[in-house]
Design a protein around this ligand. Structure first.
Ligand code: ACO
Length: 443
């Protein structure tokens, strides 16, 4: 998209908005840009040069930071689509590998393309053997997300042949490596924390199967993969694969805008995802459900969530973009029942508690007025716990699945000939200029 600028007002057109400075009476025409769907945007790129104003939008609630063809969200209607395909259809009929291909290439693969892509990803699943030494330097009780940030960032020290971002081939190899190695890195973080030997990848297994195998198998026993669990794992990966310009993806883009290598950028994304307001919420949901403990205590916690003087929030509820039911939460709610049935845990008390909490919250005026609905994290923790993952691994799984989204968005940015370093401005609220005071005169 060509750089455009605002212009001093001559006449208002249908594709412009008029900005008027009431203190001087000066007006400027600002172009309106239209995407294929979603709100129109006011192009303020030339604003500062033409008018001397910055825009002010902390938290970026009304700012489109880029144009992107990867993912579309309509938060009012609860719609999420990748490449035009509804998330519900992808979760039901596709596979994570297909969705990875879709996010990277913009199209679903043909049968031959899928086979080739799967075999390429499989080819890169192993880690450089020396990287295993990194794990051994960590305390056993390290949070696995801290290990993820470190090990993923360290990939750049091992794969020099895929860090030149100006080379399309190296960009592609780095993308494949990140997607392929993430399950191995994540499973090893888990193995280290429980004191079990690392399990090497098995390339005869599908992506999700291989991850479950590396996580839960031990050398002294046969390991049988339960197809229902592998399918549920794959579906969880699909549901977390991308979510347009969220905090961690924007972090990846900002890190990448300076020309940093992709491994460093994805490590930055993992750090951003870790926070409880973002990917860390699935861990926080489980902790909250355990703290609530029983249905009769739900009203007490709902009351706390509504109390302005109490920092407590209902974790897994609310979303910056969705002002309706998060479509991913709806799929996971259904999946939750299937997984628990398969594991013979139909009467799992935490699911019962979560559903009752959801019911009471959705009937409450506070949550209705603020349009707070369950988000993707509300049900994912219950499934993951039932599958045997400790809570500290929940966000790791999110990072694993989101890697393809980060990579696709990073690639899209690097390949955009108009991309520039991301450098926001500020509204300065500090001291005006003042004279330096020598220390013996400071009182
Ligand atoms: N419980 C109680 N009140 C809430 C909640 C909640 N979970 N979420 C938002 N609110 C209230 C706020 O107090 C605020 O009220 P006010 O207008 O009276 O001040 C209003 O709703 C708007 O909240 P904001 O924090 O301004 O909304 P924002 O868009 O900045 O935050 C967020 C979105 C961070 C997701 C928030 O809803 C939240 O903290 N939720 C709990 C954490 C969570 O589940 N995060 C996962 C998000 S999904 C993901 O990252 C995968």
């Amino acid at each position: 998209m060509a750089q455009s600028t605002s212009t001093e007002k001559t006449s208002a057109g249908p594709n412009t908005v008029t900005l008027t400075d009431n203190s001087t009476g000066r007006s400027w025409e600002l172009p309106i840009l239209e995407g294929n769907e979603g709100p129109r945007v006011i192009d303020v790129r030339g604003l500062y040069n033409d008018t001397g104003f910055f825009t002010y939008d902390p938290g970026f609630g009304a700012t489109a930071s880029c144009d992107s063809a990867i993912t579309f969200i309509d938060g009012e209607k609860g719609i999420l689509r990748h490449g035009g395909y509804a998330i519900e259809d992808l979760a039901e009929h596709s596979s994570y590998m297909e969705v990875c291909y879709l996010l990277l290439q913009g199209e679903l693969p043909t049968r031959a393309q899928r086979k080739e892509f799967e075999s390429t990803i499989t080819y890169h699943t192993m880690l450089h053997e020396q990287m295993l030494n990194f794990y051994r330097g960590f305390r056993r009780d390290s949070h696995p997300m801290s290990i993820m940030v470190a090990v993923v960032g360290a990939l750049s020290a091992f794969y020099h042949d895929s860090t030149d971002i100006s080379d399309p081939y190296q960009r592609m190899v780095a993308s494949h490596r990140l997607i392929a190695k993430m399950p191995t890195i994540a499973a090893m973080a888990y193995k280290y924390s429980v004191g079990q030997p690392f399990v090497y990848p098995r390339n005869d297994l599908k992506y999700a199967e291989n991850f479950l195998y590396m996580t839960f198998s031990v050398p002294c026993e046969d390991f049988k993969i339960r197809p229902a669990l592998a399918r549920a794992m794959d579906r969880i990966f699909i549901l977390h694969a991308d979510h347009e310009q969220n905090a961690s993806t924007s972090t990846v883009r900002i890190a990448g805008s300076s020309g940093a290598n992709p491994f460093a950028c994805i490590a930055a994304g993992i750090a951003s995802l870790w926070g409880p307001a973002h990917g860390g919420a699935n861990e926080a949901v489980l902790q909250m459900l355990q703290e609530i403990g029983s249905k009769d205590r739900i009203p007490e916690f709902i009351q706390r969530a509504k109390d302005k003087d109490d920092p407590f929030r209902l974790m897994g509820f609310g979303h910056r973009v969705y002002k309706n039911y998060d479509p991913r939460a709806a799929v996971l709610r259904k999946s939750c029942h299937e997984v628990l049935d398969d594991l013979g845990k139909r009467d799992e008390p935490l699911l019962d508690l979560a559903m009752e909490l959801e019911r009471i919250a959705l009937e409450d005026d506070y949550f209705a007025e603020k349009k707070l609905f369950p988000n993707v994290d509300f049900y994912s923790g219950i499934i993951l716990q039932a599958m045997g993952f400790p809570t500290t691994m929940f966000t790791v799984l999110f990072a694993l699945a989101r890697t393809v989204g980060w990579v696709a968005q990073w690639k899209e940015m690097v390949e955009d000939p108009h991309h520039r370093i991301s450098r926001p401005r500020q509204l300065y609220t500090g001291h005006p200029k003042r004279d330096f005071v020598p220390i013996d005169q400071r009182g």
